[in-house]
Design a binder for this molecule. Structure first.
Ligand code: CMC
Length: 436
């Protein structure tokens, strides 16, 4: 037994148990031996929403939520945002090391040769209603990729898994741009492999009658935003991918589960929700009333709070700086005043201070995307494009982890005890009770 142990005394039986502690954690399964009698299943931990449960070992991303630290493979996010390209970061997350010149060229070439989607994917996207939410389109199309690449089912082969990851990282911007064009009634612009990864996406999105002439500052800002979103360890969408992927389904199906999770307003959908909230507040003079509603528990201040960060989200700090660079090019976003005032009040107000609620990655990102010309409902798609390398790396790590098994939590059953079947004629009518 190692020195680091936990002694537990079960007051129901008076028995004591010694449980090993490794990496500041105990194994939930070690609690199984704590029983009242032999046919008892043993003690479980009850942890809805994984507030205190680690579900994997990971070497991809490190977060210290109290100190506001975020590192990919050991590299501080601030240094990556300043010096790296998105494809270098994608390589880093997926290979564990920064690429040298030759490796980066090879990685870029591989991705460039997979940017096209099958013509039937374009037809599939055309089939959506004119006002379809682009996250729904992305979700549907990524999941549909599994039918175009049935070989993706062979997840036991490392080369095959690599190919599918390349395919998805390469095609995601194409699908996203097509979803954007569809909502505007514009013809699709196909990938142009003379552009780099970000430039190609921007061209497929904004080009009208010829190649788009990008504003370099805006394009770099978009790239940095993608870098800041590239991974965030075991967040809701990554956990969804790991859980679904643990059934050994193909990569495309697993990632579509992650896209679905990201869509929600408590996760990636928060960037869209922030803009809707700023629209609704409309003017700085309405903020005190809005904050009163938040403190009364009637609503949430979207873009604030985080499960892990209990200080300023380091990504939010960087994004605020980018916002000013972007606004120098585009002119100030008129909603910036409202956002700044909300932040000022929240950082001084006891309600937010005691709960350690600070701006998160989604608070300012939407203002930037809007200034760049993206419609509100497209913001979460941009988040998904940024997060893709992290999702792929986390999926791969899960697949090769010999400790992982099909994800299958336990429950505490609180329903009826066994009871005899009631024939239809003898069942009580509940219609009036339900209606009432
Ligand atoms: N506005 C007002 N109160 C809040 C907020 C908020 N944004 N977030 C948390 N609280 C309160 C919450 O009501 C609770 O108060 P009390 O203790 O009195 O009941 C306390 O703070 C703890 O909240 P929680 O719901 O237990 O915290 P959580 O870790 O389960 O939730 C969160 C984290 C991100 C879902 C939540 O903070 C939230 O809903 N924020 C708004 C949505 C948002 O911005 N999401 C983006 C998250 S960052 C990027 C990403 O993941 O995509």
């Amino acid at each position: 037994m190692p020195n680091d142990t936990l002694t537990i005394k079960d007051n129901r039986t008076g028995r004591s148990y010694e449980i090993p502690i490794n990496d500041n954690a105990i194994r939930a399964n070690d609690l199984k031996k704590i029983k009242v009698d032999d046919d008892d299943f043993g003690l479980m931990t009850y942890d809805p929403a994984f507030l205190g449960t680690a579900a994997c070992r990971s070497s991809i991303t490190y977060i210290d939520g109290d100190k506001g630290i975020l590192r990919y493979r050991g590299y501080p996010i601030e240094q990556l945002a300043e010096q790296s390209t998105f494809l270098e970061v994608a390589y880093l997350l997926n290979h564990g090391e920064l690429p040298n010149q030759e490796q980066l060229k090879h990685w870029t070439d591989e991705l460039t040769s997979h940017t096209y989607v099958h013509t039937n994917i374009t037809k599939f996207l055309e089939g959506f209603r004119y006002d379809a939410h682009p996250m729904g389109m992305l979700l549907g199309a990524v999941s549909a990729l599994s039918t175009f690449y049935p070989d993706a089912k062979n997840i036991a082969d490392p080369k095959n898994r690599y190919l599918q990851r390349i395919r998805l990282l390469a095609k995601a911007p194409t699908i996203a741009a097509f979803a954007f064009r569809h909502s505007r009634g514009l013809p699709f612009v196909f990938p142009d492999n003379d552009f780099d990864y970000i430039g190609n996406f921007v061209n497929m999105t904004f080009s009208i009658g010829g190649r788009h002439k990008p504003n370099k500052v805006l394009q770099r800002a978009l790239e940095v935003l993608f870098i800041l979103h590239a991974d965030h360890e075991q967040n809701c969408s990554t956990n969804a991918i790991r859980a679904v992927g643990s059934s050994h389904v193909d990569l495309f199906s697993a990632v579509s589960a992650g896209i679905a999770a990201l869509y929600g307003p408590l996760h990636g959908g928060a960037n869209e929700a922030v803009l809707n909230m700023l629209d609704e507040i409309d003017s700085v003079k309405n903020i005190p009333d809005f904050i009163r509603g938040v403190k009364a528990g009637e609503r949430r201040l979207m873009g604030f709070g985080h499960r892990v960060y209990k200080s300023y989200d380091p990504r939010a700090k960087l994004i605020k700086e980018i916002a000013y660079e972007v606004f120098e090019q585009t002119g100030l976003n008129p909603k910036l005043d409202i956002a700044l005032e909300l932040e000022r009040i929240a950082l001084e107000d006891d309600y937010f201070i005691t709960r350690k609620l600070y701006p998160n990655v989604d608070f300012y990102s939407g203002l930037i995307y809007q200034a760049m010309g993206y419609p509100t409902e497209f913001f979460t798609v941009l988040f998904a494009l940024g997060r893709m390398p992290g999702w792929l790396a986390q999926w791969e790590e899960m697949v090769i982890d010999s400790e992982q098994k099909i994800s299958r939590p336990r429950q505490i059953y609180i329903g009826s005890d066994e009871r005899p079947y009631v024939p239809m004629g003898k069942r009580q009518s509940t219609v009036s009770a339900e209606a009432g």
